[in-house]
Design a binder for this molecule. Structure first.
Ligand code: C2E
Ligand code: MG
Ligand code: MG
Ligand code: MG
Length: 282
């Protein structure tokens, strides 16, 4: 028996587990180096309304290593969150987004666009988050009403009182809030009504099989009418087909984001897209 217990005690060092730990440690030191060596970029994905008018963009973080190329945020954000590196990375994202908004303000083609930025739970829960962001807004001299923060249901519900208070403070200076990946979490209707939200963002998993899956169609319709009844605008993410867009428009969805309109683009590509002569194709 003692032998078995002994073996259990060293199970930590089994090769599969060790491989996972090594990958994490490597990822952590690579992420640190990435910050120091300017390997992060923001890409921008357009958001359009039902008339096809460009109304804004979502900033999406990209990590481009000189040898390994792009790593998906789905692979590195969770590790950045676990290690706390999401704090300096998240600051870089907000700082870069503010600088971008300032540039957009100077160009009539982009001056009206809003920019949505993803903020992770750990980042939003920092006690100095509000001060840090207010400081950035004033340093960059941007119009805060163009800035929108995307929070997930779990970020908000994790610590609902503190989060709501921060949201109110930021809303006071004009910053807007969108609840990202809506429908995948556990928000109660009572919370939804209390939160100072501007937008619900329907998770792309519900949009994906809209035309084939009657359940998803029902969920999407319900989310839109919920949002409308709460006085929120509703945006759908992951819109890839004209059929999806048509369904969403028919059910009064306010705005759309997805490959049908454009993939996320580096800022030069994004500008080129904005300045492209309007087409009635999509
Ligand atoms: P998200 O905020 O829900 O972003 C939407 C994701 O869907 C993005 O993936 C986007 O590229 C992708 N997408 C957009 N349109 C379509 C479409 O039509 N079809 C499909 N299949 N996908 C589409 P991405 O860029 O890989 O980001 C993944 C997640 O990583 C984001 O999900 C967000 O949770 C996180 N993330 C990205 N940037 C940041 C950031 O700056 N900070 C934080 N904390 N998280 C970020
Ligand atoms: Mg998002
Ligand atoms: Mg989302
Ligand atoms: Mg998501």
């Amino acid at each position: 028996e003692a032998k078995t217990a002994g073996r259990n005690a060293v199970r930590f060092f089994d090769p599969a587990m060790q491989a996972i730990l090594v990958v994490r440690m490597l990822m952590e030191s690579n992420l640190r180096a990435a910050l120091a060596n300017n390997q992060f970029q923001l890409h921008y994905q357009v958001q359009v309304n039902a008339d096809g008018k460009l109304i804004g963009a979502e900033a999406l973080l990209r990590w481009k290593h000189p040898d390994r190329g792009f790593t998906s945020p789905a692979d590195f954000i969770p590790i950045a969150e676990e290690t706390g590196l999401i704090l300096p990375i998240g600051k870089w994202v907000l700082e870069t987004a503010c600088a971008q908004l300032k540039k957009w303000e100077a160009d009539p083609d982009t001056a009206e666009l809003t920019l949505a930025v993803n903020v992770s739970a750990k980042q939003f829960q920092q006690h100095d988050f509000v001060d840090t962001l207010c400081d950035m807004v004033s340093r960059h001299q941007i119009n805060p009403t163009r800035l929108k923060l995307e929070l997930t249901e779990s970020t908000i519900l994790d610590n609902v009182d503190a989060t709501t208070e921060k949201m109110h403070l930021l809303k006071k200076i004009g910053i807007a809030f969108s609840m990202d990946d809506f429908g995948t979490g556990y928000s109660s209707l009572a919370y939804l009504q209390r939160l100072p939200l501007n937008q619900l963002k329907i998770d792309q998993s519900f949009v994906r099989d809209l035309s084939e899956d009657e359940n998803n169609a029902t969920i999407v319709r319900a989310i839109i009418s919920l949002g409308v009844n709460l006085g929120l605008n509703v945006i759908a993410e992951g819109v890839e087909t004209k059929a999806q867009r048509a369904f969403l428009i028919a059910h009064n969805c306010y705005a759309f984001q997805g490959y049908l309109f454009s993939r996320p683009l580096p800022q030069e590509g994004f500008l080129a897209l904005i300045k492209e002569p309007a087409s009635n194709d999509t």
